[in-house]
Design a protein around this ligand. Structure first.
Ligand SMILES: Nc1ncnc2c1ncn2[C@@H]1O[C@H](COP(=O)(O)OP(=O)(O)OP(=O)(O)O)[C@@H](O)[C@H]1O
Ligand SMILES: [Mg+2]
Length: 320
């Protein structure tokens, strides 16, 4: 399968100035490489603070990387502002919070039409038709009525459909969905995910689906990259990774959501996922202070090596 997007060695550090202490460097994204194939859904998963949102902001050039390269549809977009328009038209993002993503003073029609105006797509009449079509597509019915409404007249689920409509209106090749359903009522989550999957399959759009939630990850995703403190620690086909993790951190993430199981091989080696992480551990394997398998060698940085066909893991031990 051909690639639509690839990032190589992407790096972004932040300096957080402490009020009482000296400033601290946060290695939010630290030498990340992956590619997204045409029509594929790649999941980025990992705890809070692992760098998932920073990656999406880097890809969209909302912030500049310290180093690394980004290719979109075969063209390098890292420094070129020439290709930025194409990138922003063809790569759309959906954020977690549908309330923050849309301007409450704008009508649905204007919210969804805005990207067409920005990218100078269609005449006024054509734009209206495109917007109505896309409202039908995300099942906001009757579209003609919804068209005239303001966001506050809609439910949370409907608002996230508006966000999806706005993302779709420029016919993007890639959609980055950053926790798109985590703020919605449980009852509407499944509907939105179903709609996202249907749209993805119909148009062959590639998704980067960012989530903590491994069950929705499995519902949408084909491959998964597990992130830990700015690094990808494991990458591969989603069922292989989730059913046979090779990195202890992936195992810990799965354990954190599984029912206690007496046969669980790792039970005596449980890792507490919600304990505070010592983020000063940037030397060697970052997971080693929490890892029950850590050995002396883990003081070195483990490379993201191939462990099986199509599978990578950054671990010297590589559990089985
Ligand atoms: N603008 C910024 N200035 C300083 N630090 C930042 C900034 N943006 C992100 N960070 C830090 O970078 C790290 C990665 O943050 P990021 O938001 O990418 O994580 P995340 O994986 O998306 O987390 P979450 O699951 O909570 O959304 C965190 O330690 C965060 O505090
Ligand atoms: Mg985030």
């Amino acid at each position: 399968m051909e690639e639509i997007l690839s990032v190589q060695n992407l790096t972004k550090y932040f300096t957080n100035k402490g009020i009482f202490s000296s400033s601290k460097i946060v290695k939010a994204v630290d030498g990340i490489s992956f590619s997204l194939k045409k029509g594929e859904v790649l999941v980025l998963a990992g705890e809070s603070g692992s760098g998932k949102t920073t990656i999406s902001r880097l890809i969209l050039r909302a912030i500049e990387p310290d180093s690394g390269t980004i290719f979109f549809d075969g063209v390098e977009v890292t420094k070129e502002s020439r290709n930025l328009d194409k990138l922003r038209k063809q790569c759309q993002i959906i954020y977690q919070d549908p309330y923050a993503a849309i301007n409450p003073r704008m009508k649905v029609s204007d919210i969804v039409m805005e990207p067409l105006q920005i990218h100078k797509i269609g005449t006024t009449l054509e734009r209206k038709k495109i917007v109505l079509d896309v409202l039908h597509e995300v099942r906001l019915e009757p579209a003609e009525t919804i068209y005239e409404k303001y966001p506050h007249m809609l439910s949370g689920g409907q608002r996230q459909r508006i966000v999806l409509a706005r993302a779709l209106v420029t016919k993007p090749k890639v959609i980055i969905a950053d926790e798109p359903v985590s703020m919605l009522d449980v009852s509407v989550r499944a509907e939105i995910l179903e709609l996202m999957r249907e749209i993805q399959e119909k148009h062959g759009i590639s998704y980067i689906y960012i989530t903590h939630d491994l069950s929705t990850a499995r519902y949408l995703g084909q491959r998964i990259a597990i992130m830990y403190l700015g690094k990808i620690v494991e990458l591969g086909p989603i069922n292989d990774v989730l059913f046979h993790p090779r990195h202890p951190y992936t195992q810990a993430l799965i354990d954190a959501i599984s029912e206690p199981n007496p046969d669980n091989l790792y039970q005596d080696k449980k890792i507490r996922i919600n304990e505070p992480i010592d983020i000063d551990v940037y030397e060697g394997c970052r997971f080693r202070s929490r890892c029950p398998y850590a050995i002396e060698k883990c003081k070195d940085e483990p490379p993201l090596d191939q462990v099986e066909k199509d599978r990578l893991a950054a671990c010297f031990v590589k559990i089985n």
